[in-house]
Design a protein around this ligand. Structure first.
Ligand code: FES
Length: 337
């Protein structure tokens, strides 16, 4: 038995099979709803079910829920539904593809971070928006998600920043051992963490660890296209080594001297190693930000960090609809990175 799901205020309707979430059914039908983790943690998929019976829909991502919203990645239909997601759009047909990729290089950028450069076959180009992610398809059917760190024009391959998750089979064992010429199968592009360009407000980016990757893609893309918006970037890491792409930031600052960069270190390290900001990145924001009302805010990192940043900027007057996030959530034995 399948159920019909209609989006309120439109003639868009799609079918949900038993056991599939509303989000998965929408994506399978070419309807993009906001999402990130698909595990009930990030809260990006919050939306309302206006009519019809459902099961599920709850999780830690419900913290920011309004008006009885549910997590559509955790909601299953038990009958025909009328829904009101926070936003939606039709995805382009054939926009998502599976590609074979070869490892071009594998560099240990920090104690627990590998930077993987993958290259597609000659003549193959990937289509993605700056900020989106791909999924590595593992031989046993599992998937691991990683944001593209390169800009979309640079599309004969992808650059991934992979954090080694303690105990994670793929990120801690497989990735560090990958060598030039090794092959991976990837599906892209996923996610809707991308720059909104319907205004020219100042931009506040907040990255935690390898949450820097999609922000790097967005900034590389913006600077290449000559997008003129004020940019502030906070990047939180446990130790100075965790700020593993200082060269990219220095490059941006050479081109945009007014770009404000605030690195923040959370672990105690001695003064000879670090003379910059200390503490958690959301605490630094709280200290610095009198008002967030003029910004569009983009945050990417672990769910707790993204939630904390959201709390600070909303408390400082940011309208909720101008907060955009991508949460990296642990899988069964690995984390998205
Ligand atoms: S909580 Fe649903 S996509 Fe993250």
């Amino acid at each position: 038995m399948s159920w019909r799901i209609r989006i309120d205020g439109s003639d868009v309707e799609f079918v949900a099979q038993p056991g599939h979430s509303v989000l998965d059914a929408a994506l399978a039908a070419g309807i993009e709803l906001p999402y990130s983790c698909r595990k009930g943690v990030c809260g990006n998929c919050l939306g309302r079910v206006l009519d019809g019976p459902v099961t599920g829909g709850l999780g830690t991502g419900c913290e920011g829920a309004r008006d009885g919203e549910l997590l559509l990645c955790r909601t299953q239909a038990l009958g025909d539904l009328l829904i009101a997601p926070r936003s939606w759009r039709r995805s382009e047909p054939d926009a998502r593809v599976v590609l074979d990729a070869q490892v071009l290089s594998n560099r240990r950028a920090a104690e627990d971070v590998s930077v993987l450069q993958l290259r597609f076959a000659a003549g193959v180009r990937a289509r993605f928006a700056a900020g989106q992610y791909l999924e590595v398809l593992l031989p046993d059917g599992r998937r691991r998600a990683f944001s593209m760190a390169n800009a979309p024009h640079d599309n004969d391959g992808v650059l991934l920043h992979v954090r080694h998750v303690p105990g994670g089979e793929f990120t801690s064992r497989v990735v560090p051992a990958l060598q030039r010429g090794d092959r991976l199968r990837v599906e892209l592009a996923h996610g809707d963490f991308r720059l909104r360009e319907d205004d020219d407000r100042p931009l506040l980016f907040v990255a935690g660890g390898t949450g820097f990757a999609p922000i790097k893609s967005i900034l590389d893309d913006m600077l290449r296209r000559g997008v003129q918006r004020d940019i502030t970037l906070y990047w939180g890491a446990r130790n100075p080594g965790g700020l593993y792409a200082a060269d990219a930031v220095a490059r941006w600052q050479r081109r945009r001297p007014q770009l404000r960069f605030v690195p923040v270190i959370s672990e105690p390290v001695d003064a000879a190693q670090w003379d910059g900001r200390r503490g958690l990145v959301h605490e630094a924001l709280r200290q610095d930000l009198e008002s967030a009302a003029r910004f569009d805010v983009y945050a990417c990192g672990a769910p707790a960090m993204v939630r904390a940043v959201r709390g600070v900027v909303l408390e400082r007057g940011l309208p909720a609809e101008r907060f955009f996030s991508d949460s990296f959530v642990s899988g069964a034995d690995d984390a998205a990175a």
